[in-house]
Design a protein around this ligand. Structure first.
Ligand SMILES: *Cc1c(COP(=O)(O)O)cnc(C)c1O
Length: 381
């Protein structure tokens, strides 16, 4: 079994050896060198979002991505606030669950999992009589790989004046998004998705004015973005033990993003990966869950093939033995699995995965269409 598997998942994902090496070092959390790392990271995150101080500020926060989502909802919405969550997948639903747990008044507007959030219906809900103070939406619904029209929803903010909260966990840094142009007040993401760092923290990009208006709102002592920001602004430090190693790795990852050519270049690589994957999987007889026009480049859901010989656990295990990690499905309606196309992966790795898929299908006795080699170079097909 290969020692280092390739991860075709939505995170944690395959990182470069230089990113991994950058964390083989102990640094003190109050050390001047480390504080400079944190400063550089905060500045670079704003640049990735196409924004700058003083209009926006970047706030790293310990924990996985969900902690950042919870911190955003818990910090931004006042006691008397009313949150509307646009839901078309598990991560939208998770925001509703978080709001309920935090006792934030909340309503969900639900869409089918294979369709983007639709602006027309959302504006009807917004004019229905209740005054929603905040709207939350997921950018890339990692449940399916679908992209929601964040910029279009941002235009509703001008009309209705809500605070706009975006979970861009699996898209930030991999899909161009200008945070200011999309009228976003708070956006959250994490280190270990398109920015290709290792897990350990998430972060928010916050409109300063919106953030400063949140005094006294936070429902949690530690998941408080305003307090975290004040700490960083006061002495440059995290309030509590920072994930120092993950931050060292992340600074390297951000430099590698810049070296690659920034977000447009990364987007182009992910899109090429995803197109190669879909082409090859279709040639092997698979169908995608989403229509191509709503599919994003991050992760793709494939329906189980109709053959009775197909068994997902065997499929997953067979790929794992060959050094490829894929992801199970999370759909409420259809039997599907997912393959991510983000991380330190290129078309060569996608082709190697396709060759392994073919081998595992053959091993299981699942028929592969004639011509199913399409897209794979001879040496691995
Ligand atoms: C991954 C992800 C999360 C949660 O991240 P964790 O790090 O697993 O807590 C939230 N929202 C979206 C859209 C994601 O893709």
């Amino acid at each position: 079994m290969p020692e280092q598997k390739l991860l075709f998942t939505p995170g944690p994902l395959s990182t470069t050896s230089t990113v991994k090496r950058a964390m083989l070092r102990d640094v003190g959390s109050r050390d001047a060198e480390f504080l400079a790392v944190v400063r550089e990271i905060r500045q670079e995150l704003l640049a990735v979002g196409g924004v700058r101080e003083p209009e926006y500020t970047a706030i790293p926060l310990q924990g996985s991505g969900t902690f950042a989502v919870e911190a955003m909802l818990g910090t931004a919405v006042p006691r008397e606030g009313l949150l509307l969550v646009a839901v078309n997948g598990a991560y939208g639903r998770r925001m509703v669950q978080i709001a309920e747990r935090l006792r934030i008044s909340c309503e969900a507007v639900e869409y089918p999992e294979n369709q983007p959030v639709e602006v027309e219906r959302l504006s009807q809900v917004l004019t229905s009589g209740q005054h929603f103070t905040h709207l939350a939406c997921v950018h890339c619904e990692t449940t399916t790989g679908l992209l929601n029209p964040i910029e279009d929803l941002g235009r509703l903010r001008d009309q209705f004046g809500f605070g706009f909260l975006v979970d861009a966990m699996s898209s930030f840094g991999g899909i161009p998004l200008n945070v200011a142009a999309a009228r976003i007040d708070f956006l959250v993401s994490s280190a270990n998705k398109c920015l290709q760092g290792v897990p350990g923290f998430g972060f928010a990009l916050a409109r300063r004015e919106a953030l400063e208006g949140c005094a006294g709102y936070a429902r949690s002592f530690s998941l408080d973005l305003l307090a975290q920001w004040r700490g960083l602004e006061t002495d440059g430090q995290f309030r509590f033990t920072p994930p120092t190693h993950a931050l060292l790795a992340f600074r390297q990852a951000l430099r590698e993003l810049a070296d690659e050519g920034g977000v447009p270049a990364r987007y182009a690589r992910y899109a090429a990966n995803q197109q190669e994957l879909v082409r090859g999987m279709r040639a092997l007889g698979f169908k995608t869950y989403l229509e191509d026009q709503v599919q994003g480049p991050i992760i793709t859901s494939f329906l189980y093939p109709p053959s009775p010989a197909f068994d997902f656990e065997r499929f997953y295990g067979g790929l794992g033995q060959r050094g490829f990690v894929i992801y199970p499905g999370k759909l409420s309606q259809a039997a599907a699995f997912r393959m991510g196309t983000i991380g330190n992966l290129g078309v060569a790795e996608i082709r190697a995965l396709l060759a392994a898929v073919r081998a595992v299908l053959t091993e299981m006795g699942v028929p592969v269409p004639v011509g199913g080699r399409a897209g794979m170079p001879k040496e691995i097909a």
